[in-house]
Design a protein around this ligand. Sequence first.
Ligand SMILES: Cc1ncc(COP(=O)(O)O)c(C=O)c1O
Ligand SMILES: N[C@@H](COC(=O)CCC(=O)O)C(=O)O
Length: 351
Amino acid sequence: MSSRILQTKFPGVVDGFIGAIGRTPLIRLESLSKETGCNILAKAEFQNPGGSVKDRAAYYVVRNAEMNGTLRRGGTVVEGTAGNTGIGLAHIARARGYRCVIYMPNTQSQNKIDTLRYLGAEVFPVPAVAYTNPENYNHQARRHAESIPNAVWTDQFDNVANLQSHYETTGPEIWEQTGGKVDGFTCSTGTGGTFAGITKFLKEKSEGRVSSFVADPPGSVLYSHFKTKGEKPDNSGSSFTEGIGQGRITGNMQSTYGLIDDALRIPDELSINMLYRLLDEEGIFLGGSSTLNVVAAVEMAKILGPGKTIVTILCDSGHKYATRLFSRSFLEAKGLYHAIEPQYKKYIVLP
Ligand SMILES: Cc1ncc(COP(=O)(O)O)c(C=O)c1O
Ligand SMILES: N[C@@H](COC(=O)CCC(=O)O)C(=O)O
């Protein structure tokens, strides 16, 4: 199976924005590998042309709508998103000549809203209400698409073209880059497309040998849902991370739920310290979902034991969140400032 999204006849030359998606490096995190006695490997998805792991899913949901005829020349792509899927879609819409309309919760970093507007998208930041509320950003996006001709709601949460992008590209890339010597995979979920697609591919390719742990921030339901076999789902709490955390089992997660080996709940205190640690020790500048994933990889390494190779995902860089992650008042408001280890306090350079 090819992990290439688009190829040209020239070796090393890709075709436009879409051709530049994927084939990201797998980085060995040295200090954490040394500390755990495992290979902690992290896929540098921030190197995608739109800056996040979501470029892959954005391309697949648009391509799916084109192939099934719901999106035609000059049409409009509408999506509900925490921002990154929207950024991928906005780039692809420009490249393909579509309009792009984005609904997102108004709790997200301003930088994502600004970026979407620079890319020509029409953005509606709306109050962050539960999925069960008809005013949730996803339902507003669906209604918007239904209200205009030649428009498609790409429905990233339940549209399995999302997980298919990772099954056909990210999973095979990880397998190839590790020479098949991967023992464990873990990452957090928003739609669950990344987790589900990679898990499905690695499980199939390794005939079940690769373990897969889902990682959850506080306020997300998956950890409790998995641990209590659906009996006591609990999504109380909240997190400073963006783009992850879920109140329901999405269509993308449903299809792979039975393949999950275990679930990890990662406290914000660990994710935020890992953010500064990776900057301090490895020189890598990441967003909170990525650093949560790295904490989860370390936890998984402890559970599987020394000598194993664990892979996780670096979803995006820290740039979009910098005015929050380096601000003392933001961290204090989230109750996290006190938890930052003394050697990392020097990074909190904004008031
Ligand atoms: C920063 C970030 N991390 C993680 C994710 C989760 O990816 P997925 O929707 O595939 O679960 C997203 C979703 O866009 C994201 O924006
Ligand atoms: N990562 C995706 C989806 O985002 C989320 O699932 C965040 C949680 C939620 O808002 O329901 C994106 O960035 O669009």
